[in-house]
Design a protein around this ligand. Sequence first.
Ligand SMILES: Cc1cn([C@H]2C[C@H](O)[C@@H](COP(=O)(O)OP(=O)(O)OP(=O)(O)O)O2)c(=O)[nH]c1=O
Length: 195
Amino acid sequence: MNDAIGFFEPLILASASPRRAEILRAVGWPFETCVADVDESVKRDETPVQYVERLAREKAMFVAERRLCGLVLGADTVVVVEGEMLGKPRDEEDARRMLRKLSGRWHDVLTGIALVRAENKRSLVAHERTRVLFAEMSEEEIAWYVATGEPMDKAGAYAVQGRAALFISKLDGDYWNVVGLPLRSVYRLLREERI
Ligand SMILES: Cc1cn([C@H]2C[C@H](O)[C@@H](COP(=O)(O)OP(=O)(O)OP(=O)(O)O)O2)c(=O)[nH]c1=O
């Protein structure tokens, strides 16, 4: 059985994130990528859930508007700790600040996902939340971790799939959501809803 073709509808992944592509590849979901260029600034009074869902939808819509056909997937991930939303760090000092904030605390990782049908622009939007507990990090560990460069293109300044695994004490929810794509939610959305 060639499940890569018969089981999954091919996707157009509206993302430059190598992690999202790797996650789709890992389950054999056929896709091509097309990078979306959208303004990622937060609107006034926007909640983290509203933000990730809006961004996921804008990324998918950006690509869908430039295509005649196909099913486009967009996603956006943020970390929320004590009410503060953490995106990708601006610089190394910002990364150290984020890691100090996460040290020894539980936080939420939120990913918004959006599917947009290019033919008619119909869309489905959802989000997934995973709780993560960071171990206490010493200043020395934070300095070492930031010097590896790993935090710089990651929401919350860490990569659970990389060296930050050394500092993850507990994780409650979908691991793949933390890496940037809650695959189970994408699959369920497509199976349960018509688009
Ligand atoms: C928390 C966490 C985030 N991340 C990554 C996933 C996302 O790529 C990134 C969050 O930034 P996003 O803005 O969601 O995505 P992106 O800019 O990398 O890619 P695009 O907008 O083109 O889709 O952080 C990890 O890789 N590991 C982690 O543990």
